[in-house]
Write a protein that binds this ligand. Structure first.
Ligand code: FPP
Length: 247
């Protein structure tokens, strides 16, 4: 597995899907260990995002989902929340041109109702401008919570039942997947969590049903394309059985 220096744009359907989801943890500890404010860790974390997005297609990644802000992160101090929202704005504004040039399709999952309208319109504009791009699917989770995702999906289905379009017992697993924020995306093959913590923190709860988990002690700001490559090598050694017995 080689790490390419720049984004490559694979022709559509030339590569099998490989969906990598990352819980980018450890920004605060990175900053604290250097005597810096937590926000400095998030800024450095945004640099790590840029490098990983560049390298992902060269490592065979077709879908990359990044957990940037959880529905529980509103509990953080106001200045940290506002710095994180600022970094998202900055990322979209400064990277959109380059992402588009490189064929990246950018989309966002999560509840937008509580986000500032200017951020929501930046997100919608980025989605619109990149929606037909053939390369990496970059999905950024903002104000995302796995339980909230399942609740909004259940409500959407219930509305169809109430409207007489569906019967309650007609719901299948595939149907429910189609109501989630991740509708149309493959489930993650591998979930990586940095910083040594080993929990899911309300990330893609439904979608991770058969994902492999890779944990690394590296703090997110120190995470590099080489580390991503190592995590993917670990994933390649796993035997995925999806409940069946080995062939
Ligand atoms: C968790 O570390 C990290 C976050 C809550 C935010 C992640 C945000 C970024 C990497 C930057 C912006 C993102 C994009 C996509 C441009 P923590 O703060 O909980 O760290 P700690 O556990 O060490 O305190």
């Amino acid at each position: 597995m080689t790490v390419k220096a720049s984004l490559s744009v694979p022709p559509p359907s030339s590569v099998p899907p490989l969906h990598v989801a990352i819980i980018m943890d450890g920004n605060g500890r990175w900053a604290k260990s250097r005597g810096l404010p937590r926000v400095a860790g998030h800024k450095k974390g945004a640099d790590a995002v840029r490098a990983v997005v560049e390298a992902a297609p060269g490592l065979g990644v077709t879908h990359l989902t990044l957990f940037a802000f959880s529905s529980e992160n509103w509990r953080r101090p106001e200045e940290e929340v506002s710095a994180l929202m600022g970094l998202l704005r900055l990322y979209i504004r400064s990277e959109l041109g380059r992402l588009a040039e490189n064929g990246v399709r950018l989309s966002f999952i999560g509840d937008r109702a509580r986000l500032d309208p200017d951020l929501v319109s930046l997100m919608a504009d980025a989605e619109q401008k990149t929606r037909n791009n053939p390369g990496l699917n970059l999905i950024i989770a903002v104000n995302y919570g796995g339980r909230a995702d399942i609740v909004q999906a259940a409500r959407a289905f219930a509305a169809q039942v109430a409207g007489g379009q569906r019967t309650a017992d007609s719901l299948t697993e595939d149907d429910l997947s189609g109501f989630l924020f991740t509708a149309g995306l493959p489930d993650p093959d591998v979930v990586i969590r940095t910083s040594g913590e080993q929990r899911i923190s309300n990330f893609l709860l439904w979608q991770c049903g058969y994902s492999e988990f890779v944990f690394t002690d590296t703090l997110w700001p120190d995470f590099t394309p080489q580390e991503l490559s190592r995590c993917l090598s670990q994933f390649q050694t796993r035997e995925r059985r999806f409940g069946a017995v080995p062939a």
